[in-house]
Design a protein around this ligand. Structure first.
Ligand SMILES: *[C@@H]1O[C@H](CO)[C@@H](O)[C@H](O)[C@H]1NC(C)=O
Ligand SMILES: *[C@@H]1O[C@H](CO)[C@@H](O)[C@H](O)[C@H]1NC(C)=O
Ligand SMILES: *[C@@H]1O[C@H](CO)[C@@H](O)[C@H](O)[C@H]1NC(C)=O
Length: 545
């Protein structure tokens, strides 16, 4: 019986479908154009003057608003005196790792040059952010929010809120990013950050104004470099509705843990007496605890914030783990498409193999480095994606990182793992260190099937959530614990898998996953962009006529 339906289509309709497949790359989806001037500028997030990275004079940078499938044409002009790339945390770049904006896929935009990213928000909804990916620039700002709205005909599982706030929160150093980088290059650990900031401001420096009785969406991302944070609003409940593009069961929380690189949407109703309230972030698992606040201002309030800042959890890991497990997919809600999210039965698909990734902090050549399965990533002179495309030998070797922990001593390597298009992977992140890890995978959204303390074993699978866990792009691994994910390799390309803890990323806790197909069809991967910048050993090769 399978496949019978298709033959009963009128042949003209089949022809139309074929035409759409051939020409439908970007279809009739709207184009949105952005011109970004990236400069240094004086900023005062913690009250002292320092050099920040601004976009069009702003810190944080401009918000990107798009609807599912929109095309974003973002022309980035680099007015810094150092190379630059902007990366798009959580934007999947389907068939298009050419636009990912990390050094393994793109040559950097050199000072006084520009590069136009051509990005499609293909089949995505939700809350994300962008950031400068080169060196330690992320510690100087240069980041901003990304909102991908549902198409008008697709139901959203909650009434339209009265307002939609972006909250970019995270830790901050008073030292300039190049000073921090030199520290790391010299083999020192960075100290604890100097404080936390919300939308570029310190204590009570930013105000969210709400009308009494109405409900607002807050999209909160941890854009910091070193600490997990807890977010809460004095006297108010938060109803969780979205995690990195997944609509969740709408549980209510008083306080929410947000690990490095993660994004959450909550609904908050202004249902309290008219006054001002603290919007609080504090660091998790650090001594001392860093805290900062913004203000939730009722439009009819004449009373400013007062009293002690409400406390939150500090070192409790069990609390955080329990909260993480409570975050689940709403199986009947729509995602980017009108069909219910639960119609994709990830738990029934047989995994093709298991990859175990263990982080470590080895000393290599007398200096602190960070590693995955003992390999500490080093950046080659030519982006991996270009070396792969132009078949330039000697830049990297496939299989240059083991797919299981080796427990040997650490070593430096340009590490690339190979995988085939359409594989369905089980990946275990095993953490034997005392700190929380935060792992991000470019190009994908994956299912977080389980997490727990201790060593993962095949028996751990018995406790997986194979029914309604969320799909997301960044996941935490608690100290001396593991996290397991399922991931369908449906996106051909060269993809960065990295720690979102930026010292660790910078010093080698990352690698690339090359998802390969022998087909050269544009349906599987888009061709190299005409404006691709060439550097290293790719100089002199031709992109496209
Ligand atoms: C740089 O900007 C110009 C327009 O000002 C544009 O035509 C050109 O394609 C951009 N360069 C790249 C590499 O995208
Ligand atoms: C799940 O989504 C459906 C469909 O939009 C909605 O009616 C329902 O309230 C949601 N359920 C929960 C528990 O969030
Ligand atoms: C990030 O890494 C540094 C260096 O290992 C560590 O001191 C810090 O605690 C880590 N952050 C988190 C959230 O674990």
């Amino acid at each position: 019986m399978r496949g019978k339906g298709i033959f009963s289509f009128p042949s003209s309709l089949v022809l139309l479908l074929l035409l759409l497949l051939v020409h439908g790359t970007n279809g009739d989806n709207p184009y949105r154009f952005f011109n970004w001037k990236v400069t240094y500028g004086d900023i005062y997030p913690l009250g002292v003057k320092q050099t920040g990275i601004l976009i069009n004079g702003q810190f944080p940078g401009p918000q990107i608003d798009a609807v599912t499938n929109d095309n974003l044409i973002i022309n980035v002009f680099n007015y810094l005196n150092e190379p630059l790339l902007i990366s798009w945390n959580g934007i999947q770049q389907r068939r298009n790792s050419w636009q990912d904006g990390v050094l393994g896929t793109n040559c950097p935009i050199m000072p006084r040059r520009n590069f136009t990213y051509i990005i499609q928000a293909k089949d995505q909804i939700g809350s994300y952010f962008y950031f400068p990916s080169v060196g330690f620039q992320k510690a100087a700002g240069g980041y901003g929010g990304i909102r991908i709205w549902s198409r008008p005909q697709i139901p959203v599982p909650f009434p339209p809120p009265a307002g939609d706030f972006t909250v970019l929160a995270g830790d901050w150093y008073k030292r300039d990013h190049n000073v921090l980088r030199r520290f790391l290059d010299a083999g020192y650990n960075l100290p604890l950050p100097d404080g936390l900031i919300i939308n570029g401001r310190g204590w009570n420096g930013y105000t969210f104004t709400v009308d009494p009785g109405r409900t607002y969406r807050f999209r909160i991302s941890n854009v910091g470099t070193a600490t997990s944070i807890n977010f809460r609003i004095q006297g108010h409940k938060m109803k969780l509705v979205e995690v990195e593009g997944s609509h969740t069961l709408q549980n209510t929380y008083d306080a929410l843990d947000i690990h490095l690189g993660q994004s959450y949407s909550v609904l908050v109703t202004a249902d309290q007496p008219a006054k001002d309230y603290y919007v609080t972030v504090s660091s998790r698992f650090t001594t001392p605890v860093l805290t900062s606040t913004a203000v939730l201002h009722y439009s009819n309030s004449h009373v400013g914030v007062s009293g002690p800042v409400p406390g939150g959890p500090t070192n409790e890991i069990a609390w955080s783990l329990e909260q993480a497990r409570s975050i689940r997919w709403n199986l009947t809600a729509s995602g980017p498409r009108p069909n219910p999210q639960g119609s994709y039965h990830y738990g029934l698909i047989k995994t093709s193999r298991t990859i175990v990734l263990a982080n470590s902090a080895p000393i290599i050549n007398g200096k602190r480095r960070y590693a995955v399965n003992s390999v500490s990533y080093t950046q080659p002179d030519t982006p991996l994606k270009l070396a792969d495309y132009f078949k330039i030998p000697g830049v990297f070797n496939l299989g240059s990182i083991p797919t299981n922990p080796t427990w040997g001593s650490g070593y430096l390597q340009t590490s690339v793992m190979d995988a085939n298009f359409r594989e369905f992977l089980e990946i275990i992140f095993q953490n034997w260190e005392d700190t929380v890890q935060s792992w991000h995978i470019d190009g994908y959204s994956f299912f977080v099937v389980g997490m727990d303390g201790g060593q993962w074993t095949p028996a751990s699978r018995l406790r997986y959530n194979l029914r309604d866990t969320v799909a997301r792009c960044t996941v935490q691994v608690y100290p001396r614990s593991w996290t397991a994910i399922y991931m369908a390799l449906d996106n051909v390309g060269m993809w960065n898998i990295r720690s979102e803890n930026w010292s660790r990323q910078y010093l080698g806790q990352q690698f690339y996953l090359r998802v390969y197909t022998p087909s050269s069809s544009y349906r599987d991967e888009l061709p190299i962009p005409r404006n691709a910048v060439l550097c290293g050993r790719a100089v002199g090769h031709r992109t496209r006529p």
